[in-house]
Design a protein around this ligand. Structure first.
Ligand code: ATP
Ligand code: MG
Length: 251
């Protein structure tokens, strides 16, 4: 079956080290897909390849049928692919609203960036609602809690109207309450977007994931529902065999 995102035969090599090997990965439109795997499994590298940040040694990445390999990062953003990073990219001294406005104008282009802003645009207002950041719109981003900052980053993607969002560990370091709100936010976003989320927290997966893909040492280990993945002996071995890992075991 063809998907919105189709990765085929992907191989990524860094200085002779094979970070991703023969990877096939398909995501259907409107899916909320979780991507898990131990440290160094290749999760971030996969997102880096999809978004044009890293060039693969071989393989294909198709988005709505369009080949992404060989395209530049900004061209891939314009095609409707948005991503967050493991580290924060908000402007601390700007307000929540200004950060959203600025992100929205990246997609609209320089004229919009230079034009004096008249009121809050429809898309920004809608995203303030979706992310629950309305009451904080005029606060500097630098004073936000860790969770609020992550929601702002997701909001900064949403205002660019991507159809596919790739989120790299959005709930890492969050409190239980913040994780819960983020889960609901992701489910709301997935109603009209395709979402791929890298996450390690198994309690979070049990609560919010349906389909899960497990990577290990650059290869696809298994795919299925949370229950299927947890019951897979290969997954148990990969996680339980690494008792020194800072990540929570899968079982
Ligand atoms: N730019 C790079 N140069 C060299 N090696 C790299 C580079 N980026 C990633 N790697 C290596 O590729 C492998 C996969 O890294 P990647 O960051 O994709 O893992 P990950 O699954 O996201 O792990 P984590 O859970 O720690 O974020 C690791 O061994 C990493 O050290
Ligand atoms: Mg990573």
């Amino acid at each position: 079956m063809s998907g919105q995102l189709e990765v085929r035969g992907l191989r990524v090599v860094f200085d002779g080290f094979q970070a991703i090997t023969d990877l096939d990965f398909t995501v259907q439109p409107g899916e909320l897909r979780f991507l898990i795997g131990p440290n160094g499994a290749g999760k971030t590298t996969l997102i880096d390849v999809v978004t044009g940040r890293t060039k693969p040694a071989s393989g294909s990445v198709r988005f709505n049928g369009t080949e992404l390999v060989g395209r530049r990062e900004h061209a891939i953003v314009r095609l409707g692919v948005g991503r967050t990073f493991q580290t924060s990219v908000v402007f601390e001294e700007l307000s929540v609203l200004e950060n959203l406005d600025l992100a929205a104008s990246f997609r609209r282009g320089l004229p919009a960036l230079l034009r004096a802003r008249r009121g809050v645009s429809g898309v920004v207002a809608a995203v303030l609602d979706t992310t629950g950041l309305n009451a904080l719109a005029d606060r500097p981003a630098g004073v936000l809690s860790h969770g609020q900052r992550q929601w702002l980053e997701i909001g900064m993607l949403l205002v660019q109207r991507p159809s596919l969002l790739l989120l790299d560990e959005p709930v890492a370091g969050m409190s239980r309450g913040e994780r819960e709100r983020t889960g609901h936010l992701l489910q709301a976003v997935a109603k009209d977007h395709t979402v791929v989320v890298i996450e390690h927290d198994m309690e979070f997966l049990r609560r919010f994931a349906s389909q899960v893909t497990v990577l290990h040492e650059g290869r696809l280990l298994c795919e299925g529902t949370v229950g299927e993945v947890q019951a897979d002996p290969r997954v148990q071995e990969v996680y339980l065999g690494r008792s020194s890992s800072k990540k929570e075991p899968v079982v």
